[in-house]
Write a new protein. Structure first.
Length: 291
């Protein structure tokens, strides 16, 4: 467990810096590179590219190499950070709001929903019961859970392993939580006008290697050896002409898995809050900070 504990500490420190330092006018590309460098400076590696998802974009947006997007007044920015130590992963997220009353309410709802969910976690509890706690908080505060996204069990070198944690009381999530599991719980919250689901957006900047043996001008074998299946960003590669097209080709072949940005289906803003927890004999320990 020592590596998971250390990874959680790294994520907590990085998000603390993010919450204090990101401001209007900052370029998303510079923010992402800065936070990823912080992870490396703390003797860890990014478990996935830093996600900086604005407003109706719920998840999986990391800046492309030429991104000029800046944080603007009124933005609702999800900052999702993962770090690994020898493959042991910590994963957490916060929402930063820049002069937006509705966004502040969504962010506070996500934070409260996460706290309620964490309080339900113990061995034997069904995943859907954790989701029920999230959904109830969202509705009590006049908002809606985004059911198209889930939390997830984490294992060494595996970001999405085993059980999933829904964001409401949903059928199909009858699995029971077991002592010793490491789980990332991440409520996503939108407005009452929102659809509560997500759709793929046009931007795809995150990939993971599925088959390192396919011949390509992109060195899949090297990426596999460095990442062992964990996601990477296009901007981490040499930005030679044609790289984007080659990544698309490899995705169609099944050599890569592509992670498109995920957008709230009705175009409503989304907030997120996330912690990674370790399930103990009679509850859980938060590895990435205080709930």
């Amino acid at each position: 467990m020592d590596d998971f504990i250390e990874a959680g500490k790294v994520v907590r420190r990085v998000l603390d810096r993010a919450s204090k330092e990101i401001d209007v006018g900052d370029k998303l590309l510079e923010v992402a590179e800065y936070l990823e460098d912080l992870i490396r400076d703390m003797d860890a590696e990014p478990a996935f590219p830093v996600n900086l998802s604005l407003n109706e974009v719920a998840a999986h947006y990391t800046p492309p190499p030429d991104d000029e997007t800046e944080v603007e007044p009124g933005d609702v920015l999800k900052v999702d950070v993962g770090a690994h130590v020898n493959g042991a992963i910590g994963d957490a997220a916060i929402t930063l709001v820049f002069d937006n009353e509705l966004g502040e309410s969504l962010a506070e709802t996500a934070r409260k929903a996460l706290k309620a969910a964490i309080e339900t976690v113990e061995p034997g509890v069904r995943c859907k019961d954790v989701g029920r706690a999230i959904g109830e908080v969202c509705r009590e505060r006049g908002h809606k859970p985004v059911i198209g996204l889930t939390g997830h069990q984490v294992e060494r070198w595996n970001l999405h392993a085993g059980v999933s944690i829904p964001n409401d009381d949903l059928k199909g999530y009858e699995q029971r939580i077991e002592e010793g599991m490491v789980i990332a719980i991440e409520p996503f919250v939108t407005t009452e006008r929102g659809d509560g689901d997500v759709r793929p957006g046009p931007t795809v900047e995150i990939y993971s290697v599925q088959d390192p043996n396919v011949r390509s001008r992109v060195n899949l074998r090297r990426i596999w050896e460095e990442r062992d299946g964990l996601p990477f960003a296009r901007r981490w590669l040499d930005d030679r002409p044609g790289t984007r097209l080659e990544l698309g080709r490899l995705s169609k072949l099944g050599a890569l898995k592509a992670y498109p940005e995920l957008v709230e289906a009705a175009g409503e803003p989304v907030a997120q809050w996330e912690h990674t927890v370790f399930v103990t004999e009679d509850g859980c320990e938060v590895l990435t900070g205080s709930p």
